[in-house]
Design a protein around this ligand. Structure first.
Ligand SMILES: [Zn+2]
Length: 87
């Protein structure tokens, strides 16, 4: 049974949207990946077995509170990466 951190998908999607909107943010692969990694390191992971309970967890993760938490963390990550880019 595969165990997956479902927050990963949400963080990837949110950071993709936010970095796209932010015109002066570097959109190279490295900076994108750093934002995702930084955000995931600062958020509590949401692990679940990949098959059973997927639907339930997915709905749960779409909640506004989770989205808000992820957005805050991604914005922090972008600030951090912008200050110290690794590319
Ligand atoms: Zn870059």
């Amino acid at each position: 049974m595969e165990i997956k951190n479902f927050l990963e998908d949400i963080v990837k999607r949110v950071s993709h949207n936010l970095t796209e909107e932010e015109k002066d943010f570097c959109n190279c692969e490295r900076c994108q990946a750093d934002v995702v990694a930084y955000s995931l390191n600062h958020l509590k992971p949401k692990y679940a077995a990949n098959v059973k309970g997927h639907a339930l967890t997915a709905v749960d993760l779409e909640s506004e509170q989770i989205q808000a938490e992820v957005t805050v963390q991604v914005l922090k990550a972008m600030k951090q990466v912008k200050k110290n880019p690794n590319h």
